[in-house]
Design a protein. Structure first.
Length: 134
């Protein structure tokens, strides 16, 4: 599964929300093209990316910046989504149903999902999934 391709599809699906909230997306696309995850396409796109992105968009404060980055780090693919300003800290760090579905699906592939506060009034979401070496 190409993370870049499916990330783009999900962002198109959420274009109306992004526009209405006047969100600024900063996406590091250079490295994303090298990301190939061995996973079920439908599960990865709908159970992981869709849920994590929708959670980020709902929690983002109108007009705030969202940075999306990818890198290979120690035998894992790491996708980070940093929301510069969120509407309510305690809600953003809670595990709602969307985030629980994404976390459990990532666990099927020995992956992980975490949320943490940033130094400012934002949140960093990190998705990690191992990559296969052929």
């Amino acid at each position: 599964v190409s993370q870049s391709r499916y990330l783009n599809e999900q962002l198109r699906n959420f274009a109306e929300i992004i526009s209405k909230k006047n969100l600024i997306l900063v996406i590091n696309r250079d490295r994303m093209f090298e990301a190939e995850v061995v996973a079920n396409r439908w599960l990865f796109q709908h159970s992981i990316l869709s849920n994590v992105i929708s959670h980020a968009l709902v929690m983002a404060h109108p007009g705030s910046e969202i940075k999306i980055n990818y890198l290979k780090w120690r035998n894992v693919h790491r996708l980070t989504i940093e929301i510069a300003r969120i509407q309510e800290q305690k809600i953003a760090l809670s595990w709602d149903r969307r985030m629980e579905v994404a976390r459990r699906t990532l666990h099927l592939y020995q992956g992980n999902l975490s949320l943490e506060n940033t130094d400012s009034s934002g949140v960093l979401m990190t998705l990690e999934i191992p990559y296969m070496v052929s």
